[in-house]
Design a protein. Structure first.
Length: 402
């Protein structure tokens, strides 16, 4: 090996350790970056042809950078219901402003004030399948059908009533109705508030008439002065005041649905009448929030507390995640070594599940990085000594001619 080779070897070693220290600096800098994957420098020897046996030509050190993409970071709870973490394998599919797809584990999403889309800290938009036409079948190697996740497009939502309940006590002391002596056509009256197809509240008049010792006729009217009921029922009680038959009936809501009314909670006991009626449904309400299911379903949460499935977020995966190509913004693209994107739903095909209100932290261990930095510094110093020694030998050689 020539003295020039000594210098070359020393420089190569210093360059290698410089690259290693650079990765350490990047890792420490991103130790608090959501979903960041640590980079490590791996070394391999680069030998030159030495020719005949007994000869030696100094080589160098070749540096290869690897990202530990497949190594998950710890998951920490947060106070935001839009923060998402993947527990297990998979990546979120996101897109940039130009619509190009990327993959990421950074799930710190917020609602963009201009578009209403969910975007992460890197400015990338979360992509998912719209559920407007039902649950889709994911395309294994394509993202063409994915849309920006935006629950604000759901607009207002009216919920027509589909069921109701009337409960309480019908007084045992109520006399059997006698049309010849009664001035009204019923024994007891109550009201039930329901909602039609456009969310308009409709008040049904509920007239209850005792037709026998343990039997009551229940009729529903709208409007109250109507002569034809929109629903009827005959409720029978046993000797203990419990319903034995007629515990439910169907009632047609004007401009609405046919709802099932539960009467099984009625009793016929001694004492005063005490009745109450409730129904589901609501007037039009607007979207007030977002909720996520473990399977990736995105729900639009309305101001009345109800929610409706709007999107389903798939998870992407590749054959070799550690060979993905990193891009600015803590995202990745595929490479020839990583394999193509495979799309599927959370909890299926070996993919993980989604955790709302949580974030995956960086997989950087700062103590390990500091140890690596000390090691690299020591080796860098040793290589600089090799270079300095080679330089001194060259100077000695050059001084021989003087």
């Amino acid at each position: 090996m020539s003295l020039i080779g000594v210098l070359r070897t020393g420089v190569s070693g210093m360059n290698a350790q410089s690259n290693r220290i650079s990765t350490v600096a990047e890792n420490i800098q991103n130790a608090s970056t959501t979903g960041y994957k640590r980079t490590s420098a791996e070394f391999s020897s680069l030998l030159l042809d030495s020719g005949d046996v007994g000869n030696y030509n100094s080589g160098a050190v070749e540096t290869t950078l690897r990202r530990s993409v497949s190594e998950g970071g710890p998951i920490a709870s947060t106070n935001s219901d839009k923060d998402l973490a993947i527990q297990g394998n998979g990546f979120f599919v996101v897109s940039d402003a130009a619509g190009a797809p990327f993959m990421t584990r950074a799930g710190n999403f917020v609602v963009d004030g201009k578009t209403g889309n969910l975007v992460n800290a890197g400015g990338f938009t979360l992509m998912g399948y719209s559920l407007a036409n039902g649950t889709p079948n994911p395309v294994l190697n394509g993202v063409a059908d994915l849309k920006p996740v935006n629950v604000s497009v759901m607009g207002q939502e009216a919920r027509p009533s589909t069921s109701a309940t009337i409960s309480g006590n019908l007084s045992f002391e109520t006399p059997v109705y006698d049309p010849a002596t009664s001035t009204i056509g019923y024994s007891k009256k109550n009201s039930l508030k329901v909602y039609d197809n456009v969310g308009q509240p409709v008040t049904l008049d509920v007239q209850m008439t005792k037709t026998a010792a343990n039997t009551w006729s229940v009729k529903f009217f709208n409007p109250p002065d109507a002569t034809t009921p929109v629903g009827t029922a005959t409720v029978a009680f046993d000797g203990n005041g419990k319903v034995t038959s007629g515990g439910s009936t169907l009632v047609q809501v004007p401009n609405g649905r046919e709802i099932k009314v539960d009467l099984g909670g009625l009793t016929q006991l001694s004492g005063d009448h005490a009745l109450s009626g409730t129904a589901d449904g609501s007037s039009p309400t607007s979207v007030s929030g977002t909720a996520f299911g473990e399977d990736g379903t995105v729900y639009a949460v309305y101001s009345d507390g109800t929610r409706k499935a709007a999107f389903k977020v798939p998870l992407a995966d590749v054959a070799s995640p550690d060979n993905l190509s990193p891009r600015a913004g803590n995202v990745f693209t595929t490479s020839a070594e990583s394999g193509d994107i495979q799309i599927g739903f959370a909890g299926a095909g070996g993919r993980g599940i989604l955790k709302a209100g949580a974030l995956e932290q960086s997989n950087v261990d700062v103590s390990t990085e500091l140890t690596t930095m000390i090691e690299s510094q020591t080796v860098y110093t040793a290589n600089s000594k090799v270079f300095m020694t080679g330089n001194e030998l060259l100077e000695t050689l050059m001084n021989l001619k003087r």
